[in-house]
Design a protein around this ligand. Structure first.
Ligand SMILES: [Zn+2]
Ligand SMILES: [Zn+2]
Length: 136
């Protein structure tokens, strides 16, 4: 049976949650390759079952959003708080592990956060910490 839209969505949900996904028809572990397309806000994947040989591209199911509302300041602050406490972060919108880059330089630091699924990005520095500290 060709995979339907719901099955494809479940494959992507499984992959985002645990980095593995299985064929709904024959239970084979799917081959999932990151598409090297440049300039996309979200990560794209090519999914293939080595057993029944069905394939699809993730953007069939999750097209790249044209406009993305930003994380709220509260969300950003919580992501940064969590990052400093645990060295990891979860997107509050879709539960996916965030890609976080952290740089330190003389007199400060800089964090770049990107969600590979919804494409939201932001940057946060020690200056933002000072700003948000003043509000409280
Ligand atoms: Zn299969
Ligand atoms: Zn997200």
């Amino acid at each position: 049976m060709p995979w339907n839209k719901q099955q494809k969505k479940e494959i992507l949900d499984s992959y985002w949650a645990s980095s593995v996904a299985y064929c709904p028809d024959d239970n084979a572990r799917l081959d999932i390759q990151k598409d090297k397309a440049l300039g996309h806000k979200t990560d794209l994947f090519f999914i293939r079952c080595p057993r029944c040989q069905q394939t699809f591209n993730s953007d069939e199911i999750e097209p790249e959003p044209q406009e993305i509302d930003e994380f709220t300041n509260q969300e950003k602050k919580e992501i940064v708080d969590t990052y400093f406490a645990t060295k990891t972060g979860i997107c509050p919108r879709d539960g996916v592990t965030l890609k976080i880059e952290h740089d330190e330089h003389t007199g400060g630091w800089f964090i770049h956060v990107r969600c590979p699924r919804c494409g939201r990005v932001f940057q946060w520095t020690n200056k933002d910490d000072e700003k948000s500290g003043k509000k409280h």
